[in-house]
Ligand binder design. Structure first.
Ligand SMILES: C[S@@+](CC[C@H](N)C(=O)[O-])C[C@H]1O[C@@H](n2cnc3c(N)ncnc32)[C@H](O)[C@@H]1O
Length: 251
């Protein structure tokens, strides 16, 4: 069996970097294939698992190799306070974005049209995981699997589908584009198979996306405020979708 550091170096080019305990915990919970994981302090990492993630404690016990701090720092661009890092196989879940056999999706897809900020993209993937949406699609050049996005998304890429596509390749479904100039969202019930599109932080929706939109919706906002932050706009819209689904099942 190859030693963990050799395996790390062999895989690093193509794999997804899981930077920190929480990213690794979430990835394991949502079925990621994790061939290698390191920590600067196995005892501390397993204590954290006992406290916060008993469901994956034994998997972590089997997976984590302790390495010196300097070795850990050489493997990750920005060492995480938990001293944990891992590599995961990047899944292809594009099929989850599509309707299967003519049956419409049961949860929306979020589209970020040419996002620029890696932290925003991560926050949106975390929201998508929390609300159980079918996936997050980005258009443009930003890599939605960039380590900073995965860190911002706390490893929750594995709880949904995350893909980069062209505007002409977006999944089917009624396209609702969010824009401060649209109709008030409060008058619209968002269907479960909606495609919910949000514009770029600096320039808003691209002409191509705008041309494809079936509806333009605005979030309530006081006059003189130009716009909300991208991730907070996604949060409000997903909350509006979930509120329209009726009461959640009793726990
Ligand atoms: C920071 S804003 C973009 C601001 C940009 N300067 C513009 O011209 O639209 C990023 C995205 O968040 C969404 N957004 C922000 N505020 C919104 C609002 N009040 N109503 C609907 N969408 C909003 C839109 O999708 C927007 O493209």
């Amino acid at each position: 069996m190859t030693d963990p550091l050799t395996r790390w170096r062999d895989l690093a080019g193509a794999a997804v970097l899981l930077d920190g305990f929480h990213a690794l915990k979430h990835a394991l919970r949502f079925g990621a294939e994790v061939p290698v994981a390191v920590t600067t302090d196995r005892r501390a990492a397993l204590a954290l698992a006992e406290e916060l993630a008993g469901d994956v404690r034994d998997v972590l016990d089997a997976l984590l190799t302790e390495v010196p701090g300097a070795v850990y720092a050489s493997l990750v661009p920005r060492p995480h306070p938990t001293g944990v890092a891992a590599l995961a196989v990047r899944p292809s879940r594009e099929a989850n974005l599509r309707a299967v056999g003519g049956t419409p999706r049961t949860a929306p897809v979020v589209v970020l049209d040419n996002p620029r900020n890696l932290g925003n993209a991560g926050a949106v993937i975390r929201l998508a995981a929390g609300f159980g949406v079918a996936g997050v699609v980005t258009t443009g050049t930003l890599d939605p699997w960039h380590p900073t996005v995965v860190r911002g998304g706390a490893g929750l890429h594995f709880a949904t589908a995350v893909e980069r596509l062209g505007v002409d390749e977006l999944p089917a479904g009624p396209l609702f584009a969010l824009d401060p100039e649209g109709e008030d969202i409060r008058g619209t019930k968002l269907p479960d198979d909606a495609v919910l599109a949000f514009g770029s932080e600096r320039t808003g929706l691209s002409p191509g996306l705008r041309a494809r939109a079936d509806h333009l919706l605005r979030l309530p906002m006081r006059p003189q405020v130009s716009s909300y932050n991208l991730a907070t706009s996604v949060a409000m819209t997903l909350y509006h979708w979930s509120a329209g689904q009726g009461a959640p099942p009793a726990r």
